[in-house]
Write a protein that binds this ligand. Structure first.
Ligand code: SAH
Ligand code: SF4
Ligand code: F3S
Length: 478
């Protein structure tokens, strides 16, 4: 029997706590004793979940490179495999369990392979217990609050025969100066804050990511200046609730709108951000859409439901009417703004009437796209204990009906760009044809057009000729 209690495991009830203490800021430095551990060895990182996880994986890659490791796509030859997980819905977790099963034979062939699990699932006690009991192929588990300690964990895991499990339930300091290997050469993630204090009743994120902490504005500005110098064309500011940026600053009145205005002066062509919360979005931010040239005319503003009684049970702190007022102010500030959203169907006790209100709201706002989900029970969150009586078939039927309305909105919005000249930042070649380039417009529409690979990373004028539901087709003007 494994003694599963001897490890440093997470605890969701501790993770719920919020302290009044000020955030500490520390600077990362790699201890020279770790610098050579990875020489001659390779690693592979598999990333699931949101952009927050993608940004964390870039940091882990940076740390591993600084230890001498080299990245590889070939899992059969990797010496270290890290799985950066997401806990947002049950099916996200099921994928990971399947993946761990699939990787098990690799471990048999190469007993020296170090298999690690990190990210949001690692913050759940039940996940760590299951790994300890049933997944002996996993050598290392660490959470979202201790990525900067990766060198230490790798060293322990390489040199000891024991599994290394260390997950902190509560957030610690904000660690600056972490190395990064950015995935793209012209688009970058920039974290501006960590954690979430909203506690929507269905959501696990406030438990897996800790309390809201804002990065110092000067650190963010310095990072963006560097990106501009390196020729980056687009930044996406990241946080679970970017509109809460700066609310934890005690000595200055500096919020997300101020940050956008300061970053706009630095000469980066495109600024995007995700995710916004309707309750916290303020006039300064709305104003930024009007006056900042680099702030792109697209906003992802999750509404979740169109029913006030469901919104209340979700603890969203706004009504449908308030949401519509925000939309109105946004459209006044930037008439062409493109709006997308997240929606959950079949939240416990959602009635047909509640659901119809969601459909109505989607039509009323005219969303240009939406991510739609069936409510998923997350152990440890309040909604997990709400009575859930909606039959499975009904849940699926609501999702199907919602998707139909959402897709009509996608196509309708795509159609309005036909005949227009739009600016596209070219990402790369299309998956299906290498003579076709693919990129995103200012309004965040996927656009395909014929062109030379040398345009990758550039912003190109494209005339839209055809609208499809999920993308536009056009011709380059140059
Ligand atoms: N902080 C962001 C992202 C949260 S996760 C935000 O507030 O928008 C992305 C989306 O996943 C959420 O907007 C919500 O629509 C969905 N989601 C979160 N928890 C869920 C759950 N338990 N079941 C179904 N969908 C969920
Ligand atoms: Fe989850 Fe709500 Fe926070 Fe978004 S705002 S991360 S949905 S608790
Ligand atoms: Fe998933 Fe964690 Fe992001 S639960 S959505 S990876 S914050």
């Amino acid at each position: 029997m494994v003694d599963i209690d001897k490890y440093f495991k997470p605890d969701l009830s501790k993770a719920r706590k919020r302290t009044k203490e000020d955030t500490e800021y520390v600077s990362y430095e790699l201890d020279p004793k770790y610098q050579k551990i990875g020489i001659g060895k390779t690693y592979k990182i598999q990333t699931y979940g949101c952009q927050g996880n993608e940004a964390d994986s870039e940091t882990m890659a940076g740390i591993l490179n600084s230890m001498g490791y080299i990245s590889t796509d070939n899992e059969k030859e990797a010496d270290v495999i890290l799985i950066n997980t997401c806990a947002i819905r049950e099916n996200a977790e099921n994928r990971i369990w399947g993946e761990l099963g699939r990787l098990k034979p690799l471990k048999r062939k190469n007993p020296d392979l170090l298999l690690g699990l990190c990210g949001c699932m690692a913050q759940e006690e039940k996940v760590v217990n299951r790994i300890l009991e049933k997944y002996d192929q996993v050598d290392l588990v660490f959470g979202t609050h201790n990525i900067h300690m990766l060198p230490n964990y790798i060293m322990q895991a390489h040199f000891s025969k024991e599994r290394v499990i260390e997950v902190f339930s509560e957030e610690g300091s904000i660690v600056e100066n972490l190395p990064k290997v950015r995935e793209h050469k012209f688009k970058a993630w920039v974290n501006i804050m960590y954690g979430c204090d909203e506690f929507c009743t269905y959501c696990i994120v406030p438990y897996t990511r800790g309390k809201e902490r804002s990065r110092n504005k000067d650190e963010i500005i310095a990072e963006v200046k560097e990106l501009v110098q390196e020729g980056y064309q687009e930044i996406t500011l990241l946080g679970q609730n970017v509109n809460a940026y700066g609310k934890d600053f005690k000595d200055i009145d500096y919020t997300f709108g101020n940050l956008l205005m300061d970053l706009d002066k630095l000469g980066i062509p495109r600024i995007r951000f995700t995710t916004s919360h309707p309750r916290d979005i303020d006039m300064r931010t709305i104003e930024a859409f009007k006056i900042c040239k680099s702030v792109m005319p697209h906003l992802h503003l999750p509404v979740q439901s169109g029913s006030n009684s469901v919104l209340k049970k979700m603890n969203r702190h706004y009504t449908k009417e308030r949401y519509l007022e925000v939309i109105k102010a946004l459209k006044e500030a930037r008439p062409d703004i493109s709006l997308t959203t997240d929606l959950i169907v079949a939240f416990p006790s959602e009635t047909e009437e509640d659901f119809l209100q969601t459909l109505e709201l989607v039509k009323q706002v005219g969303f240009e796209g939406a991510y739609t989900f069936i409510f998923s029970k997350r152990a440890g969150t309040p909604a997990a204990s709400f009575e859930d009586v909606i039959p499975e078939t009904e849940k699926k039927e609501r999702l199907r009906r919602l998707n139909k309305v959402v897709n009509d909105g996608y196509l309708e919005s795509s159609t309005k760009y036909v005949g227009k000249i739009i600016k596209v930042l070219v990402d790369g070649v299309s998956k299906h044809d290498e003579n076709i380039l693919a990129g995103y417009s200012e309004h965040n529409k996927l656009v395909n057009f014929k062109g030379d690979k040398s345009l990758i990373g550039k912003i190109v004028d494209v005339k839209v000729t055809i609208a499809r539901t999920w993308f536009l087709i056009g011709e380059a003007l140059e």
